[in-house]
Design a protein around this ligand. Structure first.
Ligand code: ADP
Ligand code: ZN
Length: 722
């Protein structure tokens, strides 16, 4: 192998630049190769950067090998560069997200199979005859498949092999998933849906960049409609990616997809076993997998012919990766589409303010589905003013809410009590000395999980057994729970509705996704009367029998007062109340609140979504906040408060003066200590058109280096300010 060519290779480590190597003449950008790096060998990809001309040829190290996989396409390489540049992440780290399934680079082992040599066995038996009948015409089988089909034991097949009657052959592996068939089933769309589907089909057929915001109340048929865009892409021989925010939602989606296309899509998320991920990755790269449903990281799969991305529940915070290189998968989906020239569908019943503004400005097509399918009425929403109609002492449910639940159950419906708090109580304190249980690693209270007998921090996972006595004063039976979590709420519900079949759903549910799916199925099948749940049950699930929803603490999300508190609370409560009445019939939702005049509560009660968006968008505009300005955060963290604060202050001083850019902070994070790290935040704000990234790069280059255990992380378009 002549090693004459000089190439750049990007390697999946935290560096921005590519390294220069020599290799065979036919190396081309996108090729996945093995290269020496320091004292080890790593996988990398030949990149488009010009190689470093300074390094003498004799000093260049050689590419050690090339994998027999399709090269990373030019649009994917540009996407990697773009994501790195926009989010200030090292390019190598973005490449690492692409090369997530290293096993996929090796060819798959063929399956071991057997076929008939044509020889007759020395002694023929009925069982042997049945085996040979199955192999008639030169068919090959796996051993176990053959034994099963012939109805014989494995020993019979083994005996024929040993006697030379059968021989082994390599079988190709069956595909990971069968091809979806766009003509498998055609839905009967109503007029509104049909018009929207036609528009989406048009976008796909134009085979050009475009973004459609599919905006319609829960149950309006958004999924039904965007599956038509998927069909259009499949018909044109394109691959399709559907992003969902929560793994638990993929199960229902897989079935929905199979109903429409006769086959399930491939899955890509953290619950898929490594082997399955490798097959998905390679299938996508080779073009054998036509449709994928996945979590945000699926955006980095090496599609060959991607023709459509759907981002379901596009407003969901789960699309924002926060640690280790933060980025928004929703926004990056739009970027990938822009680079490769295909459309994106953003679907939501409660779009993000960003997407609504983009739609109103004409940058996105705004497709609205106004009513529920078959005109199933939306639930009527009422506020319960806790100041006048509050619960009796020691109770969390007001008489009106209890009455609504009784009515729902008496009418044969289901009731959902929603409380977005895991565990038994958010705070435990000692009545004798006032001691509060705090996390040793975070500035947060420990949450009691009575069922498991532990106190736990929901930020770092620290867990300790709930003690018998107060660790500060030693008093026993003095510890009291303050406030409710779902476990505590469940106690009250059990006392008030002893006959009802109840289930409590939160991410603490033992048994993982499989158990959650089983519980959701049980609810849908009517095996449960009362559901008590956190935001886990707010999203996407279809509960046909649910007729009433009670929001136990509608004010919970509004307390933080951060930039997105109103938007987030509106979205969450719309999603939760939207679970009710999905298959026709009267339904209602009740919001327990101490602030019934709050704009969010009023918007929910009046059902006037457009008014809510208009108001919230205006507030953002007036405050000069995103999306009318751009924000970026620099977060300084370290184990020592004074050092972290000192560095943040020094960083602030080194911010380049710029008439366009306003730098705020350093401010201590609302959760000041997280996992033992003290955190200070600087915020840079610039007008929309301004390249804030360039400013940040200049700033960071001029800043004093973060020494020792200090870390500075960049968060472009920050969503969370905790
Ligand atoms: P969304 O995604 O907007 O919440 P879905 O697509 O899940 O709405 O539709 C809500 C329910 O109505 C689903 O059970 C779906 O199967 C049904 N549905 C919606 N549109 C149609 C249609 N045109 N034909 C048959 N069923 C439909
Ligand atoms: Zn903690």
């Amino acid at each position: 192998m002549a090693a004459d060519k000089v190439v750049s290779v990007l390697v999946p480590v935290a560096v921005a630049g590519a390294y220069t190597y020599k290799g065979p003449d036919d190396l081309a950008p996108g090729d996945i190769v093995e290269v020496p790096l320091g004292t080890r060998t790593t996988v990398g990809a030949v990149w488009d950067d010009p190689p470093d001309p300074e390094i003498g040829h004799n000093r260049l190290r050689a590419v050690e090998g090339r994998f027999d996989v399709p090269p990373l396409a030019a649009d994917l390489r540009r996407f990697v560069d773009w994501v790195a540049n926009y989010n200030l992440i090292a390019r190598g780290m973005v490449l690492r997200s692409v090369l997530r399934a290293p096993g996929a680079l090796e060819p798959e082992n063929p399956l071991a199979g057997v076929r008939w040599t044509g020889e007759e066995p020395e002694r023929m038996t009925a069982a042997r005859r049945r085996v040979l009948d199955q192999l008639e015409g030169g068919l090959a089988w796996t051993r176990s498949g053959l034994a099963g089909a012939a109805g014989v034991s494995a020993g019979v097949v083994q005996g024929l092999l040993r006697g030379g009657v059968l021989e082994t052959v390599d079988l190709p592996r069956p595909p990971l998933v069968p091809d979806p068939d766009p003509a498998y089933a055609h839905p009967q769309l109503n007029d509104d849906q049909a018009a929207t589907a036609t528009h989406l089909r048009g976008l796909v057929e134009a085979s050009a960049y475009g973004v459609a915001l599919l905006d319609g109340v829960t149950g309006s048929g958004k999924t039904e409609v965007y599956l038509e865009a998927v069909a259009a892409a499949l018909e044109r021989g394109k691959q399709v990616l559907v992003l969902v925010p929560e793994i638990a939602l993929t199960a229902a989606f897989l079935d929905r997809f199979a109903d429409r296309f006769g086959a399930r899509p491939a899955e890509w998320h953290s619950e898929v076993a490594p082997r399955g991920r490798e097959r998905c990755w390679r299938g996508v790269a080779e073009g054998k997998v036509r449709a994928v449903v996945g979590a945000r990281s699926a955006l980095y799969l090496p599609f060959r012919e991607l023709g459509l991305v759907v981002v379901d529940e596009e407003h969901d915070l789960a699309y924002k990766q926060e640690d280790r290189g933060s980025y928004s998968a929703r926004d990056m989906a739009v970027v990938r589409a822009h680079i490769a020239g295909f459309p994106v569908v953003l679907s939501s019943a409660t779009p993000s303010i960003e997407s609504r503004v983009n739609a109103e400005a004409g940058r996105y097509d705004h497709l609205q589905l106004r009513g529920r399918y078959k005109a199933a009425p939306l639930p009527s929403i009422e506020a319960i003013d806790m100041r006048v109609d509050g619960p009796e002492r020691g109770s969390f449910l007001s008489p009106r809410l209890i009455g609504a639940a009784q009515e729902a159950l008496a009418g044969g419906g289901q009731m959902l009590f929603f409380l977005n708090r895991r565990g038994y109580a958010p705070l435990t304190l000692c009545r004798t000395c006032g001691h509060r249980f705090q996390c040793p690693n975070c500035s947060t209270w420990l949450v009691e999980h009575r069922f498991r007998g532990v106190l736990q921090c929901h930020h770092c996972g620290h867990t300790e057994r709930t003690p018998e006595a107060c660790p500060a004063c030693g008093d026993t039976e003095s510890l009291v729970a303050c406030g409710p979590g779902v476990e505590r709420l469940a106690e009250e519900v059990a006392a008030r509705f002893p006959e009802a079949r109840r289930t409590v759903l939160s991410s603490d549910l033992a048994g993982g996704v499989a158990r959650l799916r089983a519980e959701l199925d049980a609810i849908a099948a009517g095996e449960v009367d009362i559901v008590i749940g956190t935001q886990l049950i707010a999203k996407g699930h279809n509960f046909p029998l649910l007729s009433a929803v009670g929001v136990v603490d509608a004010d919970l999300g509004l307390a933080h007062g951060d930039l997105r508190a109103a938007e987030r609370t509106y979205q969450l409560l719309s999603q939760v109340t939207g679970r009710a009445g999905r298959s026709g019939g009267e339904s209602r939702a009740l919001l327990q609140t101490y602030d019934p005049d709050n704009a969010v509560i009023r918007a929910l009660v009046s059902g006037d979504r457009d008014a809510f968006y208009a108001r919230e968008i205006e507030a953002r505009r007036a405050a000069g906040m995103p999306p009318f300005a751009r924000l970026a955060a620099l977060i300084v963290s370290g184990p020592n408060r004074a050092t972290a604060h000192g560095h943040a202050t020094a960083l602030r001083r080194s911010a380049p003066a710029d008439a366009d850019v306003l730098v705020l902070g350093p401010a201590e994070a609302p959760i000041a200590v997280l996992r033992g790290q003290h955190r200070f935040r600087l915020l840079a704000r610039a007008p929309r058109g301004r390249n804030l990234q360039d400013y940040l790069r200049t700033w960071l280059a001029a800043a004093p280096p973060a020494r020792g255990a200090l870390r500075v992380t960049v968060d472009i378009d920050p969503q969370s300010f905790m």
